[in-house]
Design a protein around this ligand. Sequence first.
Ligand SMILES: [Zn+2]
Length: 168
Amino acid sequence: MRCPFCHAEDTRVIETRANDEQGTIRRRRECQDCRRRFTTYERHEEPQLYVIKKDGRRELFDRQKLLDGITKACQKRPVSREAIEDAVYEIERALRDALKDEVPSGALGDLVMSRLRTLDAVAYVRFASVYKEFRDLGSFLDEIQRVLERTRLEHVAEGQTSLFHADD
Ligand SMILES: [Zn+2]
């Protein structure tokens, strides 16, 4: 098994775990050359991706949940279903391309927000308000402030005063 980082051939299995529910075997390996660790899976097209919550719990990455969250954030905004699905796909690809099997929830939140920011400013603020607990509060507030400022200007230009719809 080649090391995905330095491509050395000498890697060692340090842990093997079978997941009977999913019918997969997960092997934790260590490169004997660069000492980096990586995970391989058997009988599975794509490795399981875990989100590490702030309290340390691991949760399987849930594409549907992310899709639902972004859809909700984009409610009544001029964002197509296709654009939302593209965003979810890009976020998942970015995670998988990093060749990691775990991602901190904060890093996932950052990825989602940077993608949302290019989609729709209001959707971005809505989503950020849900995810703020995972982020550093200071930078979160700075970010929100910037978007609010920009959105307010845009809405003033459109003759609107409120960020959100009355039924939101
Ligand atoms: Zn290596």
